[in-house]
Design a protein around this ligand. Structure first.
Ligand code: SAH
Ligand code: DHB
Ligand code: MG
Length: 225
């Protein structure tokens, strides 16, 4: 576990990065504030991570994005901005109360016409998403125990060249605990076993520190046919 001083430093540097290179705007800040006001968990990606998702989607030229795990729509706004007015984002959220806050936030960000928030457990709603695929970019950020299932769905809903990004895959380093009984850690470890055995993707994991502590992202690209 990081000591308090380390977390304070990571948070201060994250704030500095947010205020300088990221240039988070007031609409994104308002989205976060709305989640706090509604008493929702403060587990959105950080501004610097949201900007990374935006940049990766831009590099990808993504026009059709799938997100699993909406919360207040913070990452969703970044992704919607990346696809632009002619793009589309489908985001899946189990909790109606989260989806309601997200819809307000997406309207304030003026991306409600390009974002489709679908309420229900993702394993129940993914099949209905299939006709809207294949997706250029898929962001997996919901219940971690389902990561292996979500990854297999992502492969099915993708095309050669698609990017699949999975959040929260390091978890303070708990990911290396082979004896862990934490279902979230098991979800990540099973995901990694799938990736290791999967010939259809090329992947890496980047460890991150910042205001949310120590965690990481996995980035997988679907190989060319
Ligand atoms: N991607 C968001 C954060 C998502 S937090 C951001 O970075 O801004 C994870 C979200 O997944 C929560 O809102 C939670 O309600 C939702 N969730 C949990 N289990 C789910 C499931 N089975 N299906 C769909 N959403 C789920
Ligand atoms: C948790 C979930 C997230 O998506 C995240 O980014 C951080 C924490 C959680 O469930 O604790
Ligand atoms: Mg997350």
């Amino acid at each position: 576990m990081p000591d308090t001083n380390a977390l304070e430093l990571w948070t201060a540097v994250d704030q500095y990065i947010t205020d300088t290179v990221v240039a988070e705007d007031r609409i994104l800040r308002a989205a976060t504030e709305a989640g706090i006001a509604a008493g929702l968990p403060q587990i959105s990606v950080t501004p610097s991570q949201g900007k990374l998702l935006y940049l990766l989607a831009r590099v990808q030229g993504a026009k059709n994005i799938l997100e699993i795990g909406t919360l207040v729509g913070y990452s969703t706004i970044w992704l919607a901005r990346a696809v632009g007015p002619n793009g589309r984002v489908i985001t899946l959220e189990a909790e109606p109360a989260h989806a309601a806050v997200a819809r307000d936030n997406l309207a304030r960000a003026q991306v409600e016409k390009i974002v489709d928030v679908r309420v229900g457990k993702a394993l129940d709603t993914l099949a209905g998403v299939e006709p809207a695929g294949p997706f250029d970019f898929i962001f997996i950020d919901a219940d971690k125990e389902s990561n292996p299932d979500y990854f297999q769905w992502a492969l099915r809903l993708s095309r050669p060249g698609s990017l699949i990004i999975i959040d929260n895959v390091v978890r303070d380093g708990a990911v290396i605990d082979a004896a862990s009984s934490d279902p979230r850690v098991l979800g990540v470890r099973r995901l990694n076993a799938l990736i290791a055995a999967e010939q259809r993707v090329s992947a890496t994991t980047i460890q991150t520190v910042g205001s949310k502590g120590y965690d990481g992202f996995t980035i997988a690209r679907v190989n060319d046919g």
